[in-house]
Design a protein around this ligand. Structure first.
Ligand SMILES: Cc1cc2nc3c(=O)[nH]c(=O)nc-3n(C[C@H](O)[C@H](O)[C@H](O)COP(=O)(O)OP(=O)(O)OC[C@H]3O[C@@H](n4cnc5c(N)ncnc54)[C@H](O)[C@@H]3O)c2cc1C
Length: 546
């Protein structure tokens, strides 16, 4: 393998952005990817990025500012966000978008009106504007490389953008069958496939080598400076030197049970990311004395397991987000009690799974179930089942709530009392217990045709049969790891920079602490710090040769 100015580990949005930024600033670049395919979880994702104060919102006349964005992040910090790193993100975000648009095939546009995830907090945007996505991208333009990108299980290769989905806009749109046919013929893909396809195309255009099935295992250090990487590649063990730096973009540690047990703040049983994210970058950085930060945190995501083999020997894990917000449904614990606002944003929801009953010494809300009625099923369908069709055979159903509770081991009296109270409250259009349907966030994620009203979230459970599925504590990826400075340079345990080492994406100590700012809240810092780190590593290489 040929040495390079910058060696990037990982091909998610963080890694590919770092590679493009390094190359665009004059460096020779090599990218190593452990998996057979390119793109990581980023290629499986919705592909949205959350960039406050971006130029697309300004063009659309939406007001935002550096100050508002910082107020928002500050209001959500719980003392977990370093203000200097928040500033670095807010300042570099709009710059990253402009640079990527000017120098790569990746283009962005608004996912119009998508509210921030805590829109009522100071600085929050209830009317959206900070969430961006790429237009559809034709994989035919990747030529012989078109099958090299990994395809996920939630969005697959769907030829629609987030903005055209029920989630992505105020009024649902219907793409005509003819237009869908045209898109399919050209293998046009939306969401994370569009984002990664475009970044990958940028790497191909620049002839940046990407070596797959190539697992980086150790950093090579000389006099305290990272000068290269060792690993195991398609041709056996390798060593590669990096004159300017190594960028860790290896994703989180969610698939490494020992690291999960060691660091996360509560139970997490169900990662929904690529299984190659096993904490390799974290371990490499720990071995050379990196300071760690935000280790207890993940991008929490409630998940529902769909029994069977999805094609890689694993059961599919459905991201359980919009369903929770829709009417005629609640979530209960084994006491049959509701325990939070079911429509709350998925990341914040994670905390409900970590709540403990101190006296009983058990987790209060694990296991827990999503319960819905026949009208909910008829109206919305349910995970792969279209409206009006029968529920899948892995969904538990019973004629009455009492029978349903007994079958699942839920307290039947608790459940019937909870449903009685829920039905009484929603009849007058309110949820005084947990405030479901009060936030612009909730009403956006609820019934697509009632967006913006509490009715998008509230409705009785009164039509049998009743249905239930277990909901698990999952994650899109962890967000703790080596701490960086404002340029993405990894710091050591004494607070000094480790020369030549950078981190971006879920491998790094995330600048958002516990928070998920809005749709695109994970890919945005991944790309911003990929951009900053890649550029700085290129400049470091240039300064050594000049
Ligand atoms: C269905 C779904 C929808 C989502 N939608 C969104 C969304 O719209 N917006 C948003 O912001 N977030 C979204 N997310 C979350 C988002 O996808 C991730 O947080 C993000 O992709 C992380 O990017 P990354 O570059 O850090 O890691 P990844 O994209 O996971 O890439 C890490 C890569 O590193 C590779 N790697 C690991 N170890 C090594 C090693 N030792 N050597 C070389 N390579 C290695 C891995 O194989 C992987 O390819 C979604 C997630 C899912 C599952």
């Amino acid at each position: 393998m040929k040495d390079a100015d910058v060696v990037v580990l990982g091909t998610g949005a963080a890694g590919l952005t770092a590679a493009l930024a390094a190359h665009g600033h004059g460096a020779s670049v090599v990218v190593l990817e452990k998996a057979e395919k390119i793109g990581g979880t980023s290629a499986w994702s919705g592909g949205m990025i959350w960039i406050p104060n971006n130029h697309h919102m300004h063009d659309a006349g939406i007001v935002d500012s550096r100050e508002e964005a910082l107020i928002y992040l500050g209001a959500l910090s719980h003392d977990m966000i370093d203000p200097l790193l928040a500033e670095a993100f807010v300042d570099a975000g709009p710059e990253m978008v402009k640079w990527v648009e000017a120098n790569t095939p990746a283009q962005f546009r608004l996912v119009a009106e998508f509210p921030d995830y805590h829109p009522e907090h100071p600085g929050g945007k209830a009317g959206g504007g900070r969430s961006l996505e790429c237009p559809l991208f034709s994989y035919d333009s990747l030529g012989e490389h078109k099958d090299r990108v990994t395809v996920g299980y939630n969005y697959g290769t769907a030829p629609i953008t987030m903005q055209e989905s029920n989630l992505g806009r105020a009024v649902p749109v219907q793409v005509t069958a003819e237009e869908m046919r045209r898109r399919t013929e050209r293998d046009e893909r939306g969401c994370g496939q569009a984002l990664i396809g475009r970044l990958f195309k940028g790497c191909l255009d620049r002839e940046i080598p990407i070596v797959t099935e190539c697992r980086a295992q150790a950093l090579i250090v000389e006099n305290g400076t990272v000068i290269g990487v060792k690993g195991d590649g398609p041709d056996g063990p390798f060593t590669i030197a990096a004159r300017g730096g190594v960028v860790l973009a290896t994703g989180g540690f969610e698939w490494n049970p020992d690291l999960v047990r060691a660091f996360l703040r509560g139970p997490m049983t169900t990662p929904v990311s690529v299984p190659t994210n096993e904490g390799d970058g974290l371990k490499m950085s720990m071995r050379i004395g990196a300071a760690l930060g935000n280790m207890r945190e993940a991008w929490w995501m409630p998940a529902v397991e769909i029994p069977g083999d999805r094609g890689d020997g694993r059961a599919d894990q459905h991201l359980f987000a919009a369903e929770r917000a829709r009417p005629r449904s609640i979530m209960v614990n084994r006491a049959g009690q509701r325990f939070t606002n079911e429509a709350a944003n998925y990341n914040a929801f994670g905390a409900a799974f970590h709540e403990q009953d101190v006296a009983r010494f058990e987790y209060s809300n694990l296991p827990c179930w999503f319960i819905f009625d026949q009208t909910h099923l008829d109206t919305y369908g349910f995970i792969g089942t279209l409206p009006g069709s029968p529920a899948a055979n892995w969904v538990t159903s019973s004629a009455t709530l009492t029978e349903l509770a007994m079958e699942l081991g839920i307290d039947p009296d608790g459940l019937t009392a909870t449903v009685d109270r829920w039905n009484t409250q929603v009849a007058i259009g309110t949820d005084p217990d947990f405030h479901r349907g009060e936030s612009a966030h909730d009403t956006w994620w609820g019934d697509p045709w009632l967006k913006g009203t509490p009715a998008a979230c509230l409705g009785p459970l009164d039509t049998g049969p009743f249905y239930a599925v277990e909901v698990r504590s999952g994650t899109l990826g962890t967000k703790g790891g080596p701490k960086t400075d404002a340029l993405g340079r990894v710091q050591n345990v004494d607070g000094a920079t480790i020369p030549g080492l950078y981190a971006a994406g879920n491998v790094m100590a995330c600048v958002f602490g516990m928070t998920y700012g809005g749709a695109g809240g994970t890919l945005a810092p991944a790309m911003v710090f990929g951009f900053l780190g890649g550029r700085d590593a290129a400049q470091r290489a240039a300064s050594k040769t000049s």
